[in-house]
Design a protein around this ligand. Structure first.
Ligand SMILES: Cc1cc2nc3c(=O)[nH]c(=O)nc-3n(C[C@H](O)[C@H](O)[C@H](O)COP(=O)(O)O)c2cc1C
Length: 216
């Protein structure tokens, strides 16, 4: 396992940081909080207090949803709690190489049916909106928030007693930022905000266009 040593010259470290900040440019004027959110993997391992965690849940609570059905639920464990080992045991090998340094792990689930009956067609979509609210709030609060699909969904259902009428959507690692130099070289190389497709590639006026046509 390769580590960047803590005594890495400051100039080299600054160079890495400057390079990574240079990677995101918005083509149109948008709110900085959207551009500044990104998924770091460097966390301190400090347990999340309720005071730090609950504002993120509060942000999720205010997401819009179909019929205001609010299908999202968050099952969580705080680092070091009796349930912590259960949550970390769900992670796949890759995520196990960094996510146990989170201060809390959350499993986002969504209710597949409306309380008044009938299939809630957009339950996952609505849960996605709640996740994004949570991630943005975490980002402006100076926390690392990192979504994960790399975990055992079937075991999560069993271990966390998730009923069949709920979909298991994702796990979320939340934590205080940590020293990125403690990450493996593989993880450190990924430790930067990523770019996005151009707006012209994802917006299609009038009807579906193939990617080739849309780019012209
Ligand atoms: C639903 C979802 C699942 C993800 N699963 C993983 C995962 O299992 N492991 C991981 O390291 N990152 C995971 N990510 C993080 C994405 O790779 C990341 O959000 C994406 O590359 C965009 O980068 P950014 O969040 O820094 O803008 C996931 C993100 C989302 C939203």
């Amino acid at each position: 396992m390769l580590f960047i040593q803590p005594d890495t010259p400051a100039s080299l470290w600054e160079m890495l940081v400057v390079t990574k900040l240079a990677e995101r440019t918005a083509a149109y004027a948008i709110e900085p909080l959207i551009l500044n959110r990104w998924s770091s993997r460097a966390m301190s391992g400090e347990p999340m207090s309720k005071a730090d965690l609950m504002p993120l849940i509060e942000a999720a609570r205010w997401a819009p949803s179909s019929y205001n059905s609010q299908p999202w639920r968050f099952i969580y464990a705080v680092h070091g709690s009796p349930q912590w080992i259960h949550f970390t045991s769900l992670l796949d090998e890759f995520n196990r190489s960094w996510a146990p340094k989170a201060g809390a792990l959350l499993v986002l689930i969504s209710k597949k049916e409306f309380e008044w009956g009938g299939a809630a067609r957009t339950h996952s979509f609505d849960a996605g909106a709640a996740w994004q609210n949570l991630a943005l709030q975490g980002s402006v609060s100076g926390l690392v928030v990192h979504g994960m699909e790399g975990f055992d969904y079937a075991r999560a259902r069993e271990l966390l007693n998730v009923p069949d009428d709920y979909e298991i959507e994702m796990m979320i690692a939340v934590g205080k930022p940590g020293d990125a130099r403690q990450l493996t070289a593989e993880l450190l190389a990924m430790e930067k905000p990523s770019d996005r497709r151009a707006a012209s590639e994802i917006a299609m006026e009038g009807g579906f266009q193939s990617e080739v046509a849309a780019k012209v």
